[in-house]
Design a protein around this ligand. Sequence first.
Ligand SMILES: [Zn+2]
Length: 433
Amino acid sequence: MKATLLVLCGLLACSWAKTVPVRTVTYDGDRVFRCNSKEMSKTELAKIFTHDAADMWAERADGTFDVRTLSQQERGADLEAILHSTAACNMVIANVEDYIASFEASARVAAEKVNSPAAWHDDYHTYAEIYAWYQELALEHPDVLHFESTIGESGEGRLQPAVHIAGGSRTNSSRHRIYFQCQIHAREWISGATCMYIVDYLVNSYHTDTRVRELLDTIEFVVVPFTNPDGYTYTWNGDRLWRKNRRINAGSTCRGVDQNRNYNSHWNEGGSSSNPCSETYHGPGPASEPETQNTQNYFRENFPIVGAIDWHSYSQLILRPWGYTSQDSPDESRLSSLGSTMRSLILSVHGMSYTSQKSIGLYPTSGTASDWFYDYEANEGNPFRAAGYTVELRDTGRYGFLLPPTEIIPTGQEMIPAVLEFAESLTRDPLTN
Ligand SMILES: [Zn+2]
């Protein structure tokens, strides 16, 4: 890793250590409420979950959820009236602008304090920096890491790269594969940072750790670091809390489609919105977005896939199918037991408690990536059926999307044993298609 940093230092003049986001969008007057769904009626819940001024930040296994409302002057007045009228909700952030400003102030202090050159995983990085980092890592480890410059372009023309991690002979194309995609939601920075930590760990442990070596000599990991490169870029140069991609929606001044409601699996069957201004706008049709098409196509090009994870934050959850229905999937007992094992392994590292549950949790979501990974269309032609999960990383709401960079390494560390178990278990005993 040192060599990589030195090479990058030469190329980028170590500028990443000082990169801080620039913001043009403010959140004055927006609030965040924490509600307990167990004390609310179905009607109240439906009103909140489907409201166009609601930005759902987190849902927890204990039945609580966090929701941001737009400032009263914008469109949030009637939503706020609902939230204020129920005893089940408390305001936890009185002004989202102050909340972001204090994160930015501490990020600036951290950036100034960082030793030069900083270790890569001590901070978050821009699209360009991350792209170059993967490229460089592949040059440094040609025996285990293969960099594909693009699997397709985003709506704004950015490349979506992919990396393949495998040891031994690569000529065996029938290797079982594990597919990861990262940063589908732009503001969930810990997602992309954790993917980098995992890739770095696997690549660097190949020659030193027998377990990793045996795994990588048998299977292949396929990782798509930027599922939503335009949205991610916009969180660095405009709006730190942006979630969707950057599509220009015809007939609306609001931009963006929620890519995690756009996959071709029970599209528009609940838990998504047809309003382009909503944070969960599902787009004009299933897989309408170039980024969705690119990742769906790439997934299908990489059979046989035995397992797939879509990495998100926050709430510390391990979510298995389905999101669109509360009915059990045909593999419920297996998926549930694998989720529980992963939960225990995560807990054993730093004592962080994650919850393993069905994706539907409090409320349905449809057209999600992880439902699609497991669904029929995705696995047409796959000799196995991919186990599809969503993992919601740290934390449980103290920092939420603004997780401090000091938590990147511990978050990555606690995922390693769970990722190894996920890969080994599904390789040993794949789901049948
Ligand atoms: Zn997310």
